[in-house]
Design a protein around this ligand. Structure first.
Ligand code: ADP
Ligand code: MG
Length: 546
């Protein structure tokens, strides 16, 4: 920069800068590398990844969002792509691998267009046209799903579970996902957060169960208390049933034994009063967010009251919603109107451990899933799989639309986008055409991951679609064509639509960048990726303009 003939330095020494074509190419390469890293995980025949983090913890997963979350991506452009997967996961819950793979393929195709001197803005324009067209095409091939048609919903759940390791418990998991989602549906909306998922190691995934009610990972505090209570009146208490430790240093001078007794009696009386208060309210169950000391346990047990201590705050909130109980913070305020109701509260022995089941709650819209599995790796991956399944069922229950899977919608998009490209004047046409080719990466990858010849598969699929068979996809087991919808391979329209939109947005973000300025990373910063740019770590400390 020149000002009055004097060069003006705006960047601190050591700042890395790459601009124009260099920056763009470098970013594209990084993003493509990320996309390539998840390609082998796509679809039912996709492989798992074993990831080890810097602390040595191991994660085994096939979930695109999780893979990208676990690998420590340093390149700023690559990070943008990781963000796409996260957004996709949060918004629709599935289709993360798809969105990242399509984004990578869009960038590959964009690079070829750049080689042919097509300006990034033209590519961006064309991609936008194509992506809008995709939304239209997808809607036109979507099928209306009746929320009461359980078979369809089960298929939607199964399709999303197909690509996950569910150890032969796929049917059970699909059933659980559908029942749980339907149970919490209210006014056309499904709040997945209402479904609590508890992992319990031991036994196998097929011993997992859906519980109508709330399950808490705690046990009854004292074995002399009842371990099962019917017609439960539940008090939720957020204070310690313990002797208060004085906040300040107090000295009590005890001069004779009777004083000592009086002092202890005093303490005992306080606890006794608390328990008395609980009893007066009519509660036969106390679920306490804080501790319950021995003395309090003793008095509660004597009254036949079941008590659980150190219940998590989030569980307290769920219990409040489920049973209608008010969380009480001052025992003096506890009255019968604060109590919640449940048909049955019981302590259940699972393996070596115990869980508390709160069943037949006043509000039937609270359900829990207890996931069983040999190891934490299994239950962790099962929870991720279940999350996806819950999300896809929710998507379909809320929107009522689904498309066939197995690569069939992408072939249909390819075909229609090609035709659409022909109607576009100007250079954007080339970008629309490139978009059409890019979406075919999904059936191609599904075929490749199944060890099939992807060219043969694509040729056959295109021929079938040209004849008007919109739902024909690839059967990854036989390599033959299959009517995906009839075969029960069904995905929410929302997932497909969003996957393509997020892919386009990511490609656009990266194509818009023509200048990367990264301040020198402080201390032991991440190594520079080839091409020169430092990690995002350095970007936080952008150099001050001088
Ligand atoms: P994502 O993270 O994008 O959801 P997945 O690994 O879950 O990735 O794979 C999803 C893809 O697998 C979808 O295109 C879906 O249609 C396809 N798929 C699922 N089940 C089958 C099947 N039985 N045969 C062929 N394709 C399938
Ligand atoms: Mg999936």
């Amino acid at each position: 920069m020149q000002l009055g003939g004097q060069p003006v330095i705006v960047l601190k020494e050591g700042t890395e800068r790459s601009r124009g074509r260099d920056a763009l190419r470098n970013n594209i390469q990084a993003a493509i590398a990320v996309a390539d890293s998840v390609r082998s995980a796509l679809g039912p025949r996709g492989l798992d990844k074993l990831l080890v983090d810097s602390l040595g913890d191991v994660v085994i997963t096939n979930d695109g969002a999780t893979i990208l979350d676990e690998i420590d991506v340093q390149h700023p452009a690559a990070k943008l792509l990781v963000q796409v997967a996260k957004t996709q996961d949060q918004e629709v819950g599935d289709g993360t691998t798809t969105s990242v793979i399509v984004a990578g393929e869009l960038l590959k195709r964009a690079e070829k267009l750049l080689d042919r001197k097509i300006h990034p803005t033209v590519i961006i324009e064309g991609f936008k046209l194509a992506s809008d067209k995709c939304t239209e095409i997808l809607q036109s091939i979507a099928n209306k799903i009746d929320p009461d048609n359980k078979a369809h919903l089960i298929n939607v759940a199964r399709t999303s579970l197909n690509s996950k390791a569910t150890g032969g418990a796929k049917d059970l998991m699909a059933e659980i996902a559908v029942d749980a989602t339907k149970a919490v549906k209210e006014g056309g909306k499904v709040d997945i957060d209402m479904i609590s998922v508890i992992q319990k190691q031991g036994k196998g995934l097929h011993d997992s169960e859906l519980v109508q009610g709330v399950v808490i990972d705690k046990e009854v505090v004292n074995s002399r208390m009842p371990s099962s209570v019917t017609t439960a009146k539940i008090a939720l208490i957020d204070l310690a049933l313990e002797i208060k430790k004085t906040e300040f240093d107090a000295k009590i001078r005890i001069t004779d034994a009777s004083m000592m007794d009086a002092f202890l009696d005093q303490e005992q009386n306080m606890i006794k009063e608390m328990v008395e208060k609980v009893k007066e309210s009519g509660a036969n169950i106390v679920l306490c967010q804080k501790g319950i000391d021995d003395l309090a346990q003793h008095f509660l047990a004597k009254e036949g009251i079941m008590a659980v201590r150190r219940v998590k705050k989030s569980d307290m909130e769920k219990l409040s919603r489920a049973t209608g109980a008010q969380i009480v913070t001052n025992i003096k305020d506890l009255s019968s109107s604060d109590l919640g109701n449940a048909g049955l509260v019981e302590e259940v022995q699972i393996g070596d451990e115990k869980l508390i089941y709160v069943k037949e709650c006043a509000n039937p819209k609270s359900v829990s899933v207890v996931l069983r599995g040999g190891t934490k790796y299994v239950t962790d991956e099962a929870e991720r799989a279940l999350h996806d399944a819950l999300c896809v069922v929710r998507d379909v229950l809320e929107d009522g639309w689904a498309v066939a899977g197995a690569g069939s919608p992408e072939i249909e998009l390819h075909k229609n986008l090609k035709a659409y490209a022909g109607t576009i004047k100007g250079r954007e046409q080339m970008a629309v055409d490139a978009f059409a080719d890019a979406v075919e990466i999904i059936p191609r990858t599904l075929a490749e991951n199944a060890g099939l010849d992807s060219i043969d598969v694509l040729v056959e699929l295109r021929a079938a679609h040209d004849k008007g068979n919109t739902n024909i996809g690839v059967n990854v087991d036989t390599g033959k064509n299959v009517d995906a919808f009839e075969a029960g391979i069904i995905e929410p329209l929302r997932v497909k639509r969003q996957a393509l939109q997020s892919a386009r947005e990511a490609a656009e973000l990266i194509l818009r960048i023509d200048d990367v300025i990264a301040s020198k990373s402080l201390g032991e910063g991440p190594p520079m990726p080839p091409g020169g740019m430092g990690g995002m770590g350095g970007m936080g400390g952008m150099p001050p303009m001088m």
